[in-house]
Design a protein around this ligand. Sequence first.
Ligand code: AMP
Length: 360
Amino acid sequence: MRVGILGGGQLGWMTILEGRRLGLEFAVLDKDPGAPASRVADLWFPPERVRDFIRWCDLITYEFEHIHEELLEELYDLTTPSLSILEVKRSRIEEKEFYRRKGLPIPEFTVADYSGLSPTVKDFGFPCILKAERLGYDGRGQYRIDSLEDLHQVFKNHKEGEKFVVERLVDFSFEFSVIGVRDKKGNTKLYPLTINRHDKGILLYNFTRGFSIDEANQIVLYLMEELSIVGLLAVEFFYTWDGKVLINEMAPRPHNTGHYSLDGSYTSQFENLLRAVCGLPLGSTKLKSPSGMVNILGLSLEELDLQALLSVEGAKLYWYGKDKKPRRKVGHVNVVASTEQEVEEKIERLLEVIYHHELS
Ligand code: AMP
């Protein structure tokens, strides 16, 4: 079967590497022939050749949410999961309003436009988090606001006409995510939750835990059904000190917090995405052993102490082959161990080896 992937990033790269074992062939649509997935695909197409891409593919999926409007039209009826989900996802405001309409638990928020930011934020109260409506991911377009002075940076980086979500700063005990997979017949499976630790809005590391939070599982199952997902849905949550579960955001594609599944699970999230979209039976999402992952941000391969890194027992490096840019995700390390405590110790060690205590 010939699978087309919209987007050439590392999520596509891992999907292709996993899919080769299943005998699948791949084409990638991306403007950059040097992008990680473009380099390992059987065929690469630039966006101008979208028609040729469509002709070649038996089915199309995506690893990237910010698909250009013009391409969306061409691809609308051909892609799984359905691109209609991206209409919710392309605006942070629409996404939050969608949860609110469905009665799902989210942090309190309001909406402001650029010119009305100061009065709206003053009215809403401090501290709050401001999130630009569009193209925000990995902490981009996101600001913590403790006083009106903090808005200077927002006024500098944005312009008239832009809109923002103004959100209550959640005092959470921990952040976690649950990834679900759903096939064409509506069968579903959930991966175990992972606890996720961020550094300035970007995932730094995460690890699996042997317990589940039923309310979160029910939300993921509900959303997959409601959005008629065929493929993956990752939902990120806050767990507050008083035991509330709040949705932060969702992603209808492979998720950074599921990378551990390449080594820790019976079936990785990437393989299960492919099984779902190709009409194959879903694979077990059970853990083989406690697992974790550390992201490598903003480094070149030369800057990594590979000797030390690969000496950590159970550590496996995934290097995406991207150019280094500040805080860019350039690779990750998966780690497995026989106990959760051992996984955490190994993550500590990896953080030292990779960052030498330079991160907060
Ligand atoms: P996002 O880009 O919305 O996924 O946010 C990235 C990270 O910023 C989250 O994983 C949290 O660590 C932090 N964050 C986002 N929104 C809030 C909030 N309302 N309260 C506290 N932390 C937040």
